[in-house]
Design a protein around this ligand. Structure first.
Ligand SMILES: [Zn+2]
Length: 87
């Protein structure tokens, strides 16, 4: 087991996000913009799944109004706002 926790990192100025195995006291910098990124959320894998990545195709569904791919754990479509039906 990897004891490092996966975090969703965000650069406050640009809002760019990335996933990283963050460790306390370490500073993470966006490879493209050079901005410092801060952890905003802990990423928990949906088990059981062949992948621990939260946005693999197995963990996505298409919104029935706008057809954008959204996470299974999302209750409202982030693209058009449509409330998603229960699984
Ligand atoms: Zn939608």
């Amino acid at each position: 087991m990897n004891d490092r926790q996966l975090y969703r990192m965000r650069a406050p100025a640009s809002g760019r996000e990335a996933l990283a195995h963050a460790e306390p006291g370490q500073i993470y910098v966006d490879r493209e913009t050079g901005e410092e990124m801060v952890p905003v959320a802990m990423v928990l894998p949906l088990a059981p799944s062949p992948s621990s990545l939260p946005r693999t195709p197995a963990n996505l569904r298409a919104c029935r109004r706008c057809d954008q791919l959204i996470g299974l754990d999302v209750s409202d479509c982030p693209h058009c706002g449509l409330r998603q039906s229960a699984l």
